[in-house]
Structures are given as structure tokens and as C-alpha cells.
Design a protein around this ligand. Sequence first.
Ligand code: GRG
Length: 296
Amino acid sequence: MSPRLTEALTVVSQAVNSELDRLLPVSESPDSRVHEAMRYASLDGGKRLRPFLVMQSASLFNVAESAAIRVACAIEMIHCYSLVHDDLPCMDDDDLRRGRPTCHKAFDEATALLAGDALLTKAFEVLVNPATHADPVVRCELVADLAHASGGQGMVGGQMIDLQAHTLELDVAGITRLQQLKTGRLFSFSCEAGAVLGKAHGELRLALRNYAHDLGLAFQIADDILDVEGDVAEVGKRLNKDADAGKATFVSLLGLERAKSQADMLAEQACRHLDPFGEKADLMRDVARFVVRRRS
Ligand code: GRG
């Protein structure tokens, strides 16, 4: 990772942590357990890539950081909710996440389910608050876009296809569609959020959409490569789980070398989509190159 990206990701991670800490307070009442689980699932962990993309895209349009950080936290809440639910015994049944026990292992299944539900709904509560943007039309657009990205026509729909993937005999087009829904849509929301906050339409928004499309796909191919070559803390999580479950992956369909060159090609193509922003988008270019080289 380039030193400037390391530094910028650290700054965003710290800002996200302190804002999440503020948005998700501890509670003294009998419901305190769910609040504790929400904080456990979302504070101090992960690469914070989606929040980073929100902050970067917002900076392209000179959006105030105080507004962008709220959208960054909203998308991270949705991402964390999806990880909590994905780890449950009825889904992937994982014991470790981000190098520590999954939420249902640290608490219990019912609490983890509720913590995920509450993170999902809290994200929208954050977006509709006037502190996110003075213009209610912008807030509505953010809510609609995030609902679309995370719901049945987005991440949840992708997860549904994924759960059936071992019976579907998906080809490259099928896997691409699955991954665009399951992980790509949240990346797209993150990259376009800056344009929404900055009320930018047309070419610049399209450029961000195209960047997000290629970035999301590159990320997922890299994730499949990591499953094969992984050098990660979550040893139990990796070890080619999808392939072992009889699911097609980019690596099983393309082979390791073609998967690697495809990921590299997509990362470079993603960078080129950012041409209209010039040097201002350099950190977003660094992210695209980082996602195909990451080790976790
Ligand atoms: C349960 C509705 C529902 C959806 C789950 C995103 C997802 C859908 C499941 C995650 C399963 C998984 C590990 C997918 C691989 C790609 C991915 C999203 C990895 C995790 O994202 P990172 O690498 O994680 O950005 P960190 O921890 O860094 O935030």
C-alpha cells in the first residue's frame, strides 16, 4: 500500500471510529446488550474501504467532512450488519471475523441477529437527520440509493443467489452478476455518495459509477484469489470455502493467472474512469491498486 494511502486510511478509520462511537452510544437500560453488540460489530475493525470511498468522493465535490462522515458511517453500519448476519450459523457459520470472535460467538445468535437489524435501521436514521445535508431532497436520494444498494435488488439479492450458488452452475457472467449485487452495490453507493452530497449529475457521476463497477469486480476477484493464496488472520474463514462448498469462483472459472490479470486490468480501467477528476482522485486510484494487492 502506498504510504499516502496508509496514512489517509488511518485518518478515515479514526474519524469513523469516533463518529460511530458517538452515533452508537452505550445504554444503561435493559436493552443495553444489543447496543453493546452493535458497537462490538462495528467499532475498531476492518479496512473501512467503503467509508474511505465516501470521504474521497465527497472531497472531489468539496463536501463538508462533517456531512460526509455521517454517510461514511451509514454505509459502514450496513456493511457491518451484513457481516454479522453472514457469519450466523444459518448462513456462513463463521467463528472469526476481523481477527476476533464473530458477533454471535461473542454474544449469542439472537443478539447478533438483533444487532444486525439495529445497525441496518440506524444507517437510515443517520441519513435522514438534517445534519447529513440541509436539503431534504439530497437526504431522500441518499436513503433511496442506500435502500436500493442494500436490499432485495442489491446486496440481499446477491446473498440469496450466493446461498443457492452450489446448485446454479454459474458461469463468469453469473458470478459477475452475483458479486455486483452482493458486494458491488455497496461500493457503488460509496463512490457515488460524494456526487449526491455535492449535487453533481451527468458525466462526473457516471465516471464514479464506472470506477465503482470496475473496483467492485476487481475487489471480488482479489477476494477469490485470497481464498486460494490467503495469508490472513482469519485462517478458519479462508481456505477456499466457496470452492469447497461446490460454488464457482472467479479463480475456479478463470484459473489463478487469468483471474490475477483480470483483476489488474479492472483496477487500471477503474483508475482511467477517474481522468475527469485529475490529481484530486489520486487516492481513489491508490485504492483500486491496493484492493488487488491486499493480503486480507
Ligand atoms: C447477510 C444480507 C447479508 C449479506 C451478506 C457482504 C456479504 C453479504 C457477505 C460477506 C461475505 C464475504 C466475506 C464476502 C466477500 C467480500 C467481502 C464483502 C468481504 C468483506 O469486506 P471487506 O474486506 O471487510 O471490506 P472489512 O472487514 O475490511 O470491512
